[in-house]
Design a protein around this ligand. Sequence first.
Ligand SMILES: CC(C)(COP(=O)(O)OP(=O)(O)OC[C@H]1O[C@@H](n2cnc3c(N)ncnc32)[C@H](O)[C@@H]1OP(=O)(O)O)[C@@H](O)C(=O)NCCC(=O)NCCS
Length: 139
Amino acid sequence: MIRYTKSLEGITSEMLDGGFFVGWPNPPSPVAHYEILENAYRIVLAIDDSTNKVIGFINSISDGVLTTYIPLLEVLPEYQGKGIGKRLVNTLVEDLNEMYMIDILCAPDVQEFYTKLGFETAQGVAMRNYHNQSGINLS
Ligand SMILES: CC(C)(COP(=O)(O)OP(=O)(O)OC[C@H]1O[C@@H](n2cnc3c(N)ncnc32)[C@H](O)[C@@H]1OP(=O)(O)O)[C@@H](O)C(=O)NCCC(=O)NCCS
């Protein structure tokens, strides 16, 4: 069974080592991933009870007053197409409803996934320091 949680209670970095950041040449480690979730404003995790692994996650960061940004959403490939991504987004957005701005930058092939869930398409710009893709040095 897939269960959902909005907290890191009982979650370890080992539970995040199932293969997230598909296609990233230099992905964050499970320890860095845990830190990303720990530092987030709000999170929602999907956990497969049969393996005790996190199989999907979404996070948001925020100024706590007006604006929130959703940097990451991922469902592991073998769990996609089962409504898990939709549940993660809807649960997070419910939690963020006090905010004015809820923003996401995404590739064109994912826009429809979000517009089906109530988002509007918008224009944006971004800068990426690819040499920092695995995260800052945490040690
Ligand atoms: C995008 C992603 C999170 C979707 O998760 P998922 O669990 O497979 O999605 P769901 O099964 O909840 O799909 C919900 C609905 O969106 C649709 N959908 C899923 N992916 C879609 C896509 N890329 N484009 C358009 N519609 C999509 C589904 O068909 C479904 O439609 P329905 O409600 O009419 O049946 C998942 O494909 C993923 O992790 N991709 C790689 C990482 C990524 O691109 N993340 C987004 C970063 S901005």
